[in-house]
Every structure is written in C-alpha cells, then in structure tokens.
Design a protein around this ligand. Structure first.
Ligand code: NAG
Ligand code: NAG
Ligand code: NAG
Ligand code: NAG
Ligand code: NAG
Length: 407
C-alpha cells in the first residue's frame, strides 16, 4: 500500500472512531443534547433538549442555556425533544369510553372502553361470550376481544360467559361417587351416591313405612275415617287444605298413608315422633341389610318389574332409577314406583306374587332368597308388635275406642 493511502485510511479510521465517540456521548449525556448552529459565533453548539412537559422557546447560545417553557393547558410533550410546540391533548373520549387518565403536561389523555368492551377501529364493542362447550382462553381487555377455545377432553363449560374458562369434569370416583352420566364439552360428569341424588331418588313411602302405616289402615272405612284419624294424632294437626288435597289425589287406603307421612314430617321434632322415626329407621336399616347389596343389572330389574302384577313399571322408569339412585336403593325405588302406579296395592303381596313367577327368568337365587327374607322380616311377629306399639303411641290413648272399632 502506498504511504499516502495508508495515512488517509488511518485518518479515516480515526475520524470514524471520533464520530462514534461523539454519537455515543450525545446518547449518554444528561440532559440529552442536540447540535445547533449558532449564527452569532458561526459555531456548532451542543444545546440541551427540552424535557417532557415543556416546549422550546430559545436555542442555546455560547453564553446561555436552552430556554424551555411549560406546555400551555390542554397540551403536552412526553419525551426529550427540540420542538417549539407542545402536542394537543386528545379532546373528549369516544362513545362508551371513559377517561382513564386526564391530560397533563407530560401525558396525553388516556381513554378506555367501559368494562366489558374493547376498542375495534373506532368503536367500543362488547366482549364476545363463549358458548357452552367453549371456555375463555384469554379474557377480554379494553383493547382486545375475548378468546374462546373449545373445551378439550375432560373439560366442560355449561354456560355462556365472557369470563368462565373450561372446567375439569368432576371426578366422581375421587369423591367416592358413581359416574352415572359421562360428561362432554358442554356438560359435567354426573355422579350419584351423594345426598343430593339420594333425595332425587326420593322413595315416596318405604317398605317399612308401608308395613307400619298399613297397620293404621282400617279394613272398613267409615266416611269420616280420615277426620277421626287427624283428630286422634297428637302434636301439630295436618291442616284441612292438605287433607282435602290428599282426599282428591288418593284412594281411601292411600289417604291414610299420605296423611300419616305428612303428620310424621310435620311433627318430626317432637319426642314421640322422634321415637317412631327411630324405629322406622331401624326397620329400614334391616331391609337395607337384606336387599341393599343386591346389585341388579338392567335386565334383572326389568324381569322383576315384569313379574309384579298390575300396571307395569316401564323401561324409562328403570333407566331413570338407575341414573338417580344408588344401586342399593334401585330395587326399593322401583317397588315404590310400582306401588304408586298400582294405587293401593300392598308391595309385599305384589313381591310375593312376583317371586313365584320369577322362576321362568334366570334370576339370581341369592336375590330371590334375600327378597323372601325381607318379606318374612316385615311380616314377622316382632315387627307386628312394633307396628302395634308405634300405632298406639301415634294415636295416643285418647281414642282407643276408635282404634279398636276400626281395626
Ligand atoms: C401526569 O399524568 C401521568 C399519568 O397519566 C402521571 O404519571 C404524572 O405524574 C402526571 N404529572 C403531573 C405533573 O401530574
Ligand atoms: C380421578 O381420581 C382418581 C382417584 O383420586 C384418580 O386415580 C383418577 O386418575 C382420576 N381421574 C381423572 C380423569 O382425573
Ligand atoms: C352432551 O351431553 C348432554 C347430556 O349429558 C347431551 O344433552 C348433549 O347433547 C351432549 N352434547 C354433545 C355435543 O355431545
Ligand atoms: C354447570 O355445571 C355445574 C357443575 O356440575 C352445576 O353446578 C351448574 O348447575 C351447571 N349450570 C348450568 C346452567 O347447568
Ligand atoms: C354393580 O355391578 C357392576 C357391574 O355388574 C359393577 O361395575 C359395580 O361396581 C357394582 N356395584 C356395587 C356397588 O357392587
């Protein structure tokens, strides 16, 4: 390389470095500077920039610093700058917006869409709601719409909402419950076996109540039998409206059951009724022990229902019962449905009839055996004595004569 060329290159390199240093120092110094040609001295000066909240009134000179003055009302500057004017603040906010931050010297006015809306072009639009089956992946903000996502396997959303994410299906087994209906994207799993579904299972009159109440049913009805019974029962009287309703809806034999059930419910806090309830509970526990373990399949329940005399309990009822009742209660629920369907039939008699006819089906022997034992238990002499005792307690001693004449 020729010497002059080398010298030139070196100079250029040095110059380049020098400029870099200047650039670097302009960026780093505080307050930030800018280059200004001063006509008075004919030199380039490094003037201070103006701070946010001010505008440039006069450039600096060799003797004086830059003169910056505060922005007038309703205008602002938000950075270090060299402008001789402030920016106007945005005027009023748009429709459906509110002022999030008022304008001041250093900040423009900030407007934001009202709660539940976001800005799309010039308008504040409502956040989208995710339909059932879809959950909120990202909630909407004043700037952005809701993002919905189809609920993946194992999750569901059963509401139309701009907030609710997909939720996990209830884990029935973890709660010690049975899965009765598998969930999907829009429905939770349905579990059974908890108190709620026991109530839904709702057996109207249990075998024990039936056996016990039947004791109170006279063989011959006098026209005023129900009124006599109402008057004989201690505690809170069943009101006449309820009695009329019972009379309208039920056969004479069933009327007694319904009345006693209502009376028992209305007086359940009275000591005497508490004892009756306890005894009935004991009886029901025994029935549960006898047939509660019978875990019958749909077909088995169906053949049992087929074997009962009179009006049949249909397939739909069996399906619903299997959904809403625990396996230990299904049989009892179906028997109670059969009883309702057949007016005033005696469930135990119906069951005895069924057992004779079940032989044609390949019905599990253990179950027929348990059913027979249950019938025997409810018909036993001990139970008879219990019913008698309960009945006497129930009607008190006031109307002994009525009892005797009725039974
Ligand atoms: C101006 O408003 C901003 C927020 O918008 C705030 O951070 C700042 O402190 C305010 N300045 C003055 C001087 O009030
Ligand atoms: C449900 O809970 C059980 C027991 O806690 C666990 O073994 C099972 O994996 C859970 N099922 C689901 C789908 O999370
Ligand atoms: C989800 O299950 C429910 C009943 O649990 C049913 O009514 C609904 O049609 C199902 N939806 C889909 C998409 O399968
Ligand atoms: C949605 O599912 C939950 C949990 O199973 C339930 O509690 C709620 O009642 C359901 N809501 C509707 C509207 O079905
Ligand atoms: C009843 O039987 C079914 C299958 O036959 C079984 O899956 C279930 O666990 C049984 N339930 C009880 C309570 O024994």
């Amino acid at each position: 390389m020729v010497p002059w060329l080398r010298a030139l290159t070196t100079t250029m390199l040095i110059c380049h470095c020098f400029l870099d240093i200047i650039k670097w120092s302009i960026q780093e110094v505080f307050p930030p500077k800018y280059l200004h040609y001063d006509p008075e001295t004919g030199r380039q000066l490094m003037c201070d920039k103006c701070s946010p909240g001010t505008y440039l009134k006069q450039h600096c000179t060799a003797r004086r610093k830059t003169l910056c003055l505060p922005c007038p009302d309703r205008s602002y500057t938000d950075s270090w700058h060299t402008s001789d004017e402030c920016l106007y603040c945005s005027p009023v906010c748009k429709e459906l917006q509110y002022v999030k931050q008022e304008c001041n010297g250093t900040h423009n006015r900030v407007c934001e869409c009202e709660e539940g809306r976001y800005l799309e072009l010039e308008f504040c639009l409502k956040h989208k709601h995710c339909a059932p089956g879809f959950g909120v992946l990202q909630a909407g903000t004043p700037e952005r719409n809701t993002v919905c996502k189809r609920c993946p396997d194992g999750f569901f959303s059963n509401e139309t909402s701009s907030k609710a994410p997909c939720r996990k299906h209830t884990n029935c087994s973890a709660l010690g419950l049975l899965l009765t209906q598998k969930g999907n994207a829009s429905h939770d799993n349905t579990c059974s076996g908890n108190r709620e579904s026991t109530q839904k299972c709702g057996i109207d009159i249990t075998l024990c109540e039936e056996a016990f109440f039947r004791f109170a049913v006279p063989t011959k009805f006098t026209p005023n039998w129900l009124s006599v019974l109402v008057d004989s029962l201690p505690g809170t009287k069943v009101n006449s409206e309820s009695i009329e309703r019972i009379k309208r809806r039920h056969s004479s034999q069933e009327q007694t059951f319904q009345l006693l059930k209502l009376w028992k419910h209305q007086n359940k806090d009275q000591d005497m009724v508490k004892r009756i309830i306890q005894d009935i509970d004991l009886c029901e526990n025994s029935v549960q022990r006898h047939i509660g373990h019978a875990n019958l399949t749909f077909e088995q329940l169906q053949s049992l229902m087929e074997s009962l005399p009179g009006k049949k309990v249909g397939t739909e009822d069996i399906e619903r019962t299997r959904k809403t009742c625990q396996s230990s209660e299904q049989l009892l629920k179906l028997l109670s449905l059969w009883r309702i369907k057949n007016g005033d039939q005696d469930t135990l008699k119906g069951l005895m009839h069924a057992l004779k006819h079940l032989k044609t089906y390949h019905f599990p022997k253990t179950v027929t055996h348990s059913l027979r034992k249950t019938i025997r238990f409810l018909h036993s002499f001990t139970m008879y004595r219990l019913y008698q005792k309960l009945f006497l307690e129930m009607i008190g001693n006031q109307v002994h004569s009525v009892k005797i004449s009725c039974l």
